[in-house]
Design a protein around this ligand. Sequence first.
Ligand code: HEM
Length: 419
Amino acid sequence: MAVRQTVARVVRPVVVRGLLAKERLKTGVTFNPLSRQWRDDPVPLFERLREKDPVHYSELIGGWVVSRHEDVDAILRDHHRFSSDPRRGPNADVLAALEVTQSMLNLDPPDHTRTRSLVTQAFTPRAIEGWRERIEAVISDLFAEIGEAAEFDVMECLAVPLPVVVIAEILGVPPSDLPRFKAWSDDIARTLEPSMSAEDGGRAQRARQELGDYFGAIIEARRAEPRDDLITSLVQAEAAGERLTHDELLATLVLLLVAGNETTTNLIGNGTLALLRHPEQQRWLRDHPEQVESAVEELLRFDSPVQINGRTTLVEVEVGGKRIPPQRQVILLQGAANYDPLRWERPHGLDLSRGDKGHLSFGRGIHYCVGAPLARMEAQMLFPRMLARWPNLRLAERDASFRPNVVLRGLERLPVRVD
Ligand code: HEM
């Protein structure tokens, strides 16, 4: 064990440095999402990639990295040539042998269409509108818990609890199970990150198992006694025909929990940080709460909660003048596309009045985020209320620390002073 760890500690950095040097020599730029700079502020890295080599071959990951808005947008829409199913990619054999039931996120049509259609029925803007009052009450409860404190952590007190309470209620999970629910969600979300350790992998596998057993028991309970919740509607859809197998139902529930939690938390955290760093924009939103829809779209663009998306080529394709062979990994830098000067005027400026929904933070095409209306509504309700409740909202510490993530960009903590 000790030998393996030493080899990993000493040899891996040397191999990584060698691959990056080769990459720089060939293209004049590197893609290293594990670097410290990526964590702190990836925007300058995006810029270098987009300017020097917008369709870049990464020696490090053995795949292509695409950073222009036009290219990322086109690939996300082109599900015929770019697959979301990892079992059709370079590691197809290993993944097929694992026999894991994939969620809709990792499926292509027709299985994707079938599994997604049931969930979209529950997430229409109209259905989400029905949750408005409840979200209002959750926000009021969270504000009441903060009370008259002069300082608090936005992550701990607002950004983390709001999405988990809301999604648990929509699914129909008892409030007493929320802490377990959140812990499972965090452990599984780690598997999205390339920096995941073997220990993280083990923890995620245990969490999947426990969550599967947990949802399995709730599914049985809803079969026996239906309620007015999302799990009941999915169970009834499963019973009505061959549209969703039991394993697909479980995979869907796990996805809804994981996809909706950390992402929305990061929208609230990154969005609040952007407002705190731009006091004039904060003032503008305080004075124009009716413009919150435009403001939330700009906050999504400015610091995207999901920075990276991925696809696999099914055939040989040409992107930005480069030919990519079939069965290759394509990394889509949504965060970079959101700053592309060919698409945005003054991309570095936070302009809450921009009124432009063209960011790629919720993806595009057939996999466009199912939970977008819900995430939007939570953020649109929270931000104006937060600014009205605390007119002196400001950063309590100079530096904000981001979690060591690559895909899901979000803060560890965000202490603010309000006195
Ligand atoms: C700000 C918050 C959120 C962000 C930034 C976000 C981002 C994304 C992105 C980029 C995708 C596309 C993935 C791809 O193209 O492969 C996606 C898909 C998805 N999201 Fe979200 N999401 C958010 C909130 C939510 C919420 C609240 C839910 C549900 C409660 C949710 C459920 C889903 C599901 C089920 C998919 C898969 C759709 C499919 O594969 O067809 N998301 N999300």
